[in-house]
Write a protein that binds this ligand. Structure first.
Ligand code: FES
Length: 172
C-alpha cells in the first residue's frame, strides 16, 4: 500500500511485498534509534541510581584478610578511621578511633597496649574499655562481616556501648 502511495514501480511490476532499499534503510534507522535510546536510558539509570559508598570512611572498608591479623594485635586502618583489635581468642573488634569523651583521635600506644587520648588523658584497653580518664563509655565499634576470609567493616554506623561483651566480637 505504501508503495502505491509513493508510486513505486515495484507494485507496477506485481510484487507489492518486495523489500526495497528504502525499507532496508528504514529498518536500519529504526533499529539504530532504538539502540541509541536504550543505551542512553541505561547510562541515565546508572548515573541517577543511588550509589553505595564503598572504599572510604562512611562506607564499607576491606580491612584485610582475617588470617593476617595476629591474636593480641591492634592494627590501624587509616582509610576507615578505625583499629582492628584481634583479641586473644581470635575474635575481632573494629574500634572507631574517636574518643568517647569529646571526640579527639585516640592513638594506640603499642608499648603499653593501650589507646591513650592526648586531649584529656582517657585510656582504653584493646577491647576499647575505659581504664582511666573522663571518657564516659568504651570506644565505639563498627560492625564486621567476614567475606571470603576478608574483614569488611561498615563505617556507616558506629555502635556505642556501655561495656564490653564477648558477643560484640566477630568470630571467623
Ligand atoms: S577527648 Fe579524649 S579524653 Fe577528652
Amino acid at each position: 500500500m505504501i508503495n502505491k502511495l509513493h508510486g513505486s514501480s515495484h507494485e507496477l511490476r506485481g510484487d507489492p511485498y518486495r523489500f526495497t532499499r528504502r525499507h532496508l534503510l528504514g529498518v536500519v534507522w529504526g533499529a539504530s534509534t532504538v539502540a541509541l535510546v536504550g543505551q542512553f536510558s541505561v547510562a541515565l539509570y546508572n548515573y541517577l541510581k543511588p550509589q553505595p559508598v564503598v572504599g572510604g570512611f562512611g562506607g564499607k572498608i576491606t580491612a584485610g584478610l582475617a588470617k593476617e591479623f595476629k591474636p593480641g594485635s591492634v592494627s590501624y586502618i587509616q582509610a576507615g578511621h578505625f583499629y582492628i583489635s584481634r583479641l586473644e581468642d581470635g575474635s575481632f573488634l573494629a574500634l572507631w578511633q574517636r574518643c568517647t569523651h569529646l571526640g579527639c583521635t585516640v592513638p594506640y600506644v603499642s608499648a603499653k597496649k593501650q589507646f591513650q587520648c592526648p586531649c584529656h588523658g582517657s585510656i582504653f584497653n584493646r577491647r576499647g574499655e575505659v581504664l582511666a580518664g573522663p571518657a564516659p563509655r568504651p570506644m565505639d565499634l563498627f560492625p564486621i562481616q567476614v567475606v571470603d576470609g576478608k574483614l569488611i567493616v561498615d563505617t556507616s554506623q558506629a555502635i556505642s556501648r556501655d561495656k564490653f561483651e564477648p558477643s560484640q566480637a566477630t568470630h571467623v
